[in-house]
Design a protein around this ligand. Structure first.
Ligand code: ADP
Ligand code: MG
Length: 342
């Protein structure tokens, strides 16, 4: 065996294996980019469970014409300058890999118009076999990324794609989690030309409550207790279903850490431990909880898909969450928006 440097396309395809598992993971990366670009309105349009086509349109900051090709290159990011930045990441992305990875295993079109540019431009890459082509386009301020024929050039991966219905289910779950993370952003989900979800921006308590109801169920929206706790610079807020109402199978269980959708063992364990005082089957607990702590107290650079984090002081975080949740469950405060129509 001789040692050789992998050609860039192959290196990207290997990297894609870690981040781009299925259509939902493509959508997660693209939406995170839109949110990092300050978008407040997102349209997710998919065909055939995302096998055929995924299109994400945002009203974010856009990408200048002369940076379109760079945006599709590996290790190209506008979010990190120094090693220090990695230790307190405030953006959802930072690896500079998503667009390069996705474009190496699909036919990708990135169309964009920053507000200060008069025309829109598009960059097209087909499995990275040919270079990136740049062409004029029509687009309002913001960006669209279209991903067609996912895994067309990686048959082994393609085989792992599940039925349209299964892939769509993953996508819907993802949109629900993202929508619970960002009430200040509007989401539309369109599948095979049909609008499946339309979640407008939540500006009032009533709108917030309506979104919670449409994602977590009206029972949850009606009965959940509002929680808000703080200890030093760690905060926990959100909603908890009182133990007496916890009965539903596959209940809403959402946790967010510094705005990221993360199902963390430390946090989940703490929530369950708190519920265990009141119910025997803590799997029936239902909650949407938002943990915030200083960016340098949590390492997000653990896994390429950013599913996991590590807390610098995990014991402290755990005990704080147990305490805050227990206090809330004992007090049984009604949801702040309880009086509103759901
Ligand atoms: P990362 O998000 O880790 O920086 P990506 O490959 O996902 O890497 O994106 C590369 C770069 O392209 C981003 O840093 C950002 O500058 C730009 N970009 C990608 N998507 C968008 C978007 N929807 N709006 C504005 N800029 C974007
Ligand atoms: Mg990204």
């Amino acid at each position: 065996m001789t040692i050789k440097i992998l050609p860039p396309r192959l290196a990207n395809q290997i990297a894609a294996g870690e981040v781009v598992e299925r259509p939902a993971s493509v959508i997660k990366e693209l939406i995170e980019n839109s949110l990092d670009a300050g978008a407040t309105q997102l349209e997710v349009r998919i065909d055939q469970g995302g096998h055929k086509r995924i299109l994400i349109r945002d009203n974010g900051s856009g990408i200048a014409k002369n940076e379109l090709t760079l945006a599709l290159s590996r290790h190209a990011t506008s979010k990190v300058d120094h090693l220090d930045d990695i230790e307190r990441i405030a953006t959802l992305g930072f690896r500079g890999e998503a667009l390069a990875s996705i474009s190496s295993v699909s036919r990708l079109t990135l169309t964009s118009k920053p507000a200060d540019q008069t025309e829109a431009w598009l960059a097209y890459a087909e499995g990275r076999d040919m270079g990136v082509q740049i062409k004029p386009a029509a687009h309002p301020n913001g960006s669209s990324v279209e991903v067609a024929d996912l895994f067309f050039n990686t048959p082994a991966r393609r085989k792992f794609l599940r039925a349209e219905k299964t892939e769509f289910h993953h996508i819907e779950e993802l949109i629900k989690r993202l929508a619970m993370a960002r009430f200040d952003v509007g989401f539309t989900l369109i599948h095979n030309g049909k609008t499946i979800r339309n979640l407008p921006i939540c500006k009032t308590d009533a709108q917030t409550s309506r979104r919670i109801g449409s994602i977590c169920g009206t029972e949850f929206a009606r009965k959940a207790l509002y929680i808000s706790g703080q200890s030093g610079d760690i905060q926990l807020s959100g909603w908890l279903l009182p133990p007496s109402s916890c009965a539903q199978q596959s209940p809403a269980q959402y946790t967010f850490i510094n705005g990221r959708m993360i199902r963390d063992k430390v946090v989940t364990h703490a929530i369950r431990q708190a519920y265990a005082e009141f119910i025997s089957d803590t799997g029936l607990s239902a909650y949407a909880l938002y943990l915030t702590l200083p960016f340098d107290q949590v390492d997000v650079n653990v896994h390429p898909a950013k599913h996991e984090v590590r807390f610098i002081q995990s014991r402290l975080v755990h005990d704080f969450v147990v305490q805050a949740v227990q206090d809330a469950l004992r007090q049984q405060l009604p949801l702040a928006t309880d009086d509103e129509e759901v």
